[in-house]
Design a protein around this ligand. Structure first.
Ligand SMILES: Cc1cc2nc3c(=O)[nH]c(=O)nc-3n(C[C@H](O)[C@H](O)[C@H](O)COP(=O)(O)OP(=O)(O)OC[C@H]3O[C@@H](n4cnc5c(N)ncnc54)[C@H](O)[C@@H]3O)c2cc1C
Length: 437
């Protein structure tokens, strides 16, 4: 029998997961990754599945759609979630990781897999044969052009930003305090407390600070990753009810929550670096240094990595892809990851899992699997493939699921979505013999 080979373009969150799912089913994979020969504007290393901004994979609780998604992925033997569970750092109810160890785990797993051939080259043309394109929101220009010619010019983009990371040794620990909101979970965040006057000074600096992109630039920003200075322009309340929300974060020195807070989350297990939660920014580097002087506890903090802003590419997938992430007109090509219109690390990995698993089944002559809108994995796949009036990238959320069959009190709904999702996934696993061996 002819050997089955699949090209996977991009060893990011989606491509790494897709390659693993194919390889574990005995299919040979040519995994193309252009780094380090050619870097993107945001990646810093040559490691696979590099997390380019936050180190958090968000909630772990299945009563949250992204927590449910992770649990489904565990049930389907996801490499990305296994790596995250192995390299996690404290983060309250969230699953956050040491990004270096996380990437190392995945890189080694794939490099040591005899079914995976790693090719460190930029792909500029989609190869003939079976291919999964998972080149991400920062797809190189040459490949972007090739994709436009394949898909037509319904090829969209918006702008996205990352948050700065500071050196833990330069934080003033006399001013910041450790607390989790409403004392839930372990206290994993350092909180920089502001009084009203401090907040007003900070706010005034922020709305007047210089950005890398001119203010009149026609900026298309994604609500889920909005730069802090864009958010500030909507008014101080947007900050106080958004990333600087203080409620439930009582300062042990006063017994009360402060007027506003900036939260810091550990970047690695050693706790030598912290990122500013929700503070993605495109301020000029000098302005970022200045901004820290207005944050109690960070007046002397040293920035190890500045926040930056990047193009973020995604396709108009409805009508082009089906719920297996397969091209309707060219069934030998699948797409996966952020570029399909799922949003977030876990969502991207999930699409890689669904695409990889279904490509493998197609090649084995087996029926492909629709995970249905009762599971988080399937709801995302349907989100990108179903026609709708306005298509925008989407995080996992219960709004894209099938409604619950029975009337359920608001308080019990999340639990109902979670248990229906887990039961559906368990029965799909049984029906299609996907049990983890
Ligand atoms: C600036 C920015 C900040 C973000 N912050 C967050 C965040 O904090 N949290 C979150 O959940 N999500 C965030 N995202 C979204 C994030 O990109 C995705 O969640 C995730 O990384 C996408 O996974 P992916 O596999 O689709 O792409 P990636 O992880 O980017 O992987 C794509 C891979 O393809 C490679 N590649 C590109 N072109 C080629 C080519 N021509 N040939 C060969 N290889 C190629 C790239 O080098 C890369 O390794 C952010 C996105 C951007 C752009």
């Amino acid at each position: 029998m002819k050997e089955l080979v699949v090209n996977v373009i991009g060893a990011g969150l989606a491509g790494s997961e897709a390659a693993y799912q194919l390889a574990k089913r005995g299919i040979k994979v040519k995994l193309y990754e252009m780094r380090p020969k050619k870097m993107t504007a945001a990646h810093k290393t040559e490691g696979f599945a590099e997390l380019i901004c936050s180190n958090s994979l968000r909630a772990n609780d299945t009563k949250n759609a992204v927590g449910l998604l992770k649990e489904e992925m565990r049930m389907l033997d996801s490499l990305i979630i296994r790596a995250a569970d192995h390299t996690k750092v404290e983060a309250g109810g969230a699953l956050a990781v040491d990004r270096e160890l996380f990437s190392k785990y995945i890189t080694e797993e794939l490099k040591n897999n005899s079914n995976v051939e790693i090719i460190q080259e930029e792909v500029t043309k989609i190869p003939d044969g079976y291919t999964i394109v998972a080149s991400g929101p920062l797809t190189s220009d040459a490949l972007s052009k090739e994709i436009v010619s394949l898909m037509g010019d319904d090829h969209l983009y918006f702008f996205d930003a990352v948050a700065p990371i500071v050196d833990a040794n330069t934080i003033d620990y006399d001013k910041v305090f450790l607390a989790s909101r409403y004392n839930k979970g372990e206290a994993a965040y350092l909180n920089c407390p502001f009084n009203k006057e401090e907040f007003e000074k900070f706010y005034n600096f922020l709305i007047n600070a210089e950005c890398v992109v001119p203010h009149d630039f026609d900026l298309i920003v994604f609500e889920g990753c909005m730069p802090i200075e864009e958010m500030a322009k909507r008014g101080p309340q947007t900050m106080l009810f958004g990333p600087m929300k203080p409620v439930g974060l009582d300062d042990p020195r006063t017994g009360r929550y402060p007027y506003a807070v900036v939260q810091l989350r550990k970047e690695n297990n050693e706790g030598t670096m912290y990122n500013l939660v929700g503070f993605q920014t495109h301020l000029k580097f000098g302005a970022q240094d200045e901004l820290l002087k207005y944050i109690p506890g960070l007046e002397k903090a040293k920035i190890l990595r500045y926040g930056v802003m990047h193009r973020n590419t995604y396709l108009h997938s409805p009508g082009m892809l089906n719920c297996y992430y397969q091209m309707i007109n060219k069934p030998n090509i699948f797409f996966a990851g952020q570029m399909t219109g799922v949003e977030g690390y876990v969502e991207s990995a999930s699409s890689g899992l669904v695409a990889g698993l279904n490509m493998a089944r197609m090649l084995e002559g087996l029926e492909m699997i629709d995970f249905t809108k009762k599971t988080s994995s399937g709801a995302l796949a349907h989100h990108v493939s179903e026609e709708k009036s306005e298509f925008v990238p989407m995080n996992a959320n219960f709004g894209i699921f099938d409604s619950l069959e029975e009337r359920t009190y608001k308080k019990a709904r999340k639990e109902a979505y979670a248990s229906r999702g887990l039961e559906t996934m368990a029965s799909i696993i049984k029906e299609y013999n996907l049990e983890v061996k």
